[in-house]
Design a binder for this molecule. Structure first.
Ligand code: BF8
Ligand code: SF4
Length: 636
């Protein structure tokens, strides 16, 4: 058994893992160990189960088969599998985005009175951007915006998504158009890059990757690019924009992060998953007098709602709700014995959680028809009865307070402060209304550039070590860091989101942060909010009349886990941003696909992937990319 310090870089996690090891609670690291050694074919991407002539696997080095039963090669298998990962990731983000889009339509039509439009200014700004008249009745504008969003999901013509056309910077849009024309002229074959509709690109991949369809790795990967773009500039962007309209655009606020946000005296409700539609409502009803009174009658001080992962990020940014942790904290939070309920919606919810909850008094409550868990209490969420459902959930948690066993309570009193909520709107406000001060700071060499760090925790990587160390390394090199998802929570827990953390950065970042009153690591939101980074990149590119691929920027997903992260990485690369990954994706079984991803995509799209195992080395490579782009821009 590995030592807790080897498993996590986070002191609260180390404390809690030690406790679990002492008391014999099974955690994710134990299950990883039980899986080892993991399958070499799978790791290299060399297996296929797309039809029942298989399963097939390809032996890259030995004297085993070099083709599947149908004749598919290693290149096909690897490209097909990566493509399906992108489709799954894009589907998850986009299906999430569909929900607020439908909700906005219902609110506009008066069919749902549980929700309202909180940010009218944003609504009108989004409308204007989409070419819809921003004037007039709120409900009319909202309906028009919702209709455009919904049509982007399901339209059948071949025009690019309207959200993409409205938000992507001019030069990038031209680049994609020209690339399609160039490939047609060069090869006589059609290669689509611009997404036609969000649902269609996922369906296209599922079709294309069945037995006997597309076997050309480049063709497969370009469809992967198209699907990923339908996520970044489509489904995820729609999720972000409409959630801002419905729940409010984030602005800077102080919050607390880590397991120490749990309160021994209060009823603790942990909300975990991704969508703010339910969690917003839980936060709201948990403040209702009747429920608070009920909690007091049970002997608790009150009701303490805390977040986990991306649903945590959503309410952290908009409501200032404290966040208990990122992905690898999801089991640890249960082991504190302090959770009356863990309420989940969709995505990144380990099926191990309900079993672990049963070792305590914790009620594990699932709410989505799309995410059910054996061993859970299921309370179905209906949007039109949102407040009632949320009240039933909170009531169940409050009633459960009496079942808490003080003998089983064990938690670290560790939490950090963080200044979060840097939406593009908030950043522009901090910059005085335009991106110019940021552009000037880059042009004058005050900072070298900007890096985006995204993504998950992965038990194969010491928790938060890469996320935090990479951030520190970049800051030292005078590269400002922005990001989302589980990185953002890691950075908050590590204290990097306090304005004082600028002291750790190089002199340029420090100066910029002090001038603007911002921390050196900026929390831009949940994983669908990676779209905020695209919008920011677009604003800077348009301001300079250049392409994103000219800007001194780089990205990284240093502890990535999910298929969603593959989609995110791909849409950044396809938008002109080089992206670092660790662990390596399952593509190394095909040298041809590996070369496409790490080299050839650069000439097609102005972005590429690279893999690096060490934070300092990854930072150095990101700095190199940034410096090379500065040089090209004549910035020295
Ligand atoms: O969507 S960073 S582990 S919680 S996938 Fe999941 Fe990864 Fe966390 Fe947010 Ni994003
Ligand atoms: Fe094997 Fe080809 Fe079927 Fe895949 S599609 S399982 S490689 S026969």
């Amino acid at each position: 058994m590995k030592k807790p310090q080897e498993l996590s870089f986070d002191q609260a996690a180390v404390f809690q893992i030690s406790h679990a090891q002492r008391t014999g609670l099974e955690l994710i690291w134990d299950r990883l160990e039980a899986q080892e050694p993991q399958c070499g074919f799978g790791t290299l991407g060399l297996c296929c189960r797309h039809c029942v002539m298989g399963p097939c696997r390809i032996d890259p080095l030995g004297d085993g088969p070099k083709k599947g039963v149908c004749g598919a090669t290693a290149d096909t298998l690897v490209a097909r599998h990566l493509c399906r990962m992108i489709a799954a990731g894009a589907a998850a983000h986009s299906d999430h985005g569909r929900r607020p889009a439908i909700l906005l339509k219902e609110v506009a039509l008066g069919e749902n009175s549980a929700y309202t439009i909180k940010d009218e200014e944003k609504l009108r700004a989004v409308a204007a951007r989409l070419g819809i008249s921003p004037e007039g009745e709120v409900s009319q504008v909202a309906l028009a915006v919702a209709e455009v969003a919904l049509s982007d999901f399901g339209k059948q013509d071949t025009r690019p998504l309207r959200f993409l056309e409205a938000y992507a910077p001019k030069k990038r849009l031209e680049h994609w158009q020209k690339l399609e024309e160039k490939l047609l002229a060069q090869t006589g074959a059609l290669f689509g890059v611009l997404p036609r509709s969000i649902d269609r690109e996922v369906v296209d991949i599922m079709h294309r990757t069945t037995m006997g369809m597309d076997h050309d790795p480049a063709s497969l990967l370009l469809q992967g690019v198209r699907c990923a773009l339908s996520d970044g500039w489509g489904g995820s962007l729609i999720a972000t924009e409409i959630q801002d309209i419905l729940f409010g655009t984030p602005y800077p606020r102080k919050v607390r992060a880590n397991l120490g946000v749990l309160k021994e005296e209060a009823v603790n409700i942990v909300v975990h998953g991704h969508e703010p539609v339910l969690s917003e409502m839980i936060v709201q009803v948990a403040q209702e007098e009747e429920l608070v009174k009920m909690a007091r009658e049970m002997g608790a001080e009150g009701i303490n709602v805390v977040g986990l992962c991306c649903t945590g990020n959503e309410i952290l940014l908009r409501q200032g709700v404290p966040v208990a942790g990122n992905e690898l904290h999801s089991e640890l939070v249960l082991t504190t014995g302090l959770c009356e309920a863990m309420v989940v919606d969709v995505q990144c919810i380990y099926p191990a959680l309900p079993r672990l909850a049963q070792c305590f008094h914790t009620k594990f409550i699932s709410t989505s028809d799309q995410a059910k868990f054996p061993g859970a209490v299921h309370i179905q969420f209906f949007e039109e009865k949102a407040a009632e459902v949320a009240r039933a959930i909170v009531r169940l948690a409050v009633e459960n307070f009496k079942n808490r066993d003080p003998q089983k309570v064990h938690y670290p009193r560790i939490a950090e402060e963080a200044l979060v909520g840097f939406s593009v709107e908030a950043l522009l406000k901090a910059l005085g209304g335009s991106v110019k001060p940021l552009v000037d700071a880059i042009a004058q060499g005050v900072i070298k550039g900007v890096a985006g760090i995204v993504g998950c925790n992965n038990p194969k990587v010491r928790q938060d070590y890469f996320l935090v160390s990479l951030c520190r390394e970049l800051l030292k090199r005078d590269i400002l860091v922005v990001g989302t998802g589980c990185w953002a929570i890691a950075a908050a827990k590590a204290g990097l989101m306090k304005p004082e953390a600028a002291a750790e950065a190089g002199p340029g970042v420090k100066r910029l942060c002090e001038t603007l009153g911002i921390p050196p690591a900026l929390h831009m939101g949940s994983c669908v909010d990676c779209s905020r980074m695209l919008v920011l990149l677009g604003a800077v590119a348009d301001h300079l009349s250049c392409d994103i691929s000219d800007l001194p920027v780089a990205g990284s997903a240093p502890e990535w886990t999910t298929e969603k992260a593959v989609s995110i990485g791909t849409y950044f690369v396809a938008s002109g941003v080089p992206v670092h990954l660790w662990p390596a994706p399952p593509v190394l079984g095909s040298p041809a696909v590996t070369k496409l991803l790490t080299q050839e995509l650069d000439s097609l799209l102005g972005g590429f992937f690279f893999v690096e195992e060490e934070p300092a080395k990854a930072a150095r490579k990101m700095e190199e990319v940034i410096l090379a782009r500065r040089k090209k821009l004549g910035l020295g």
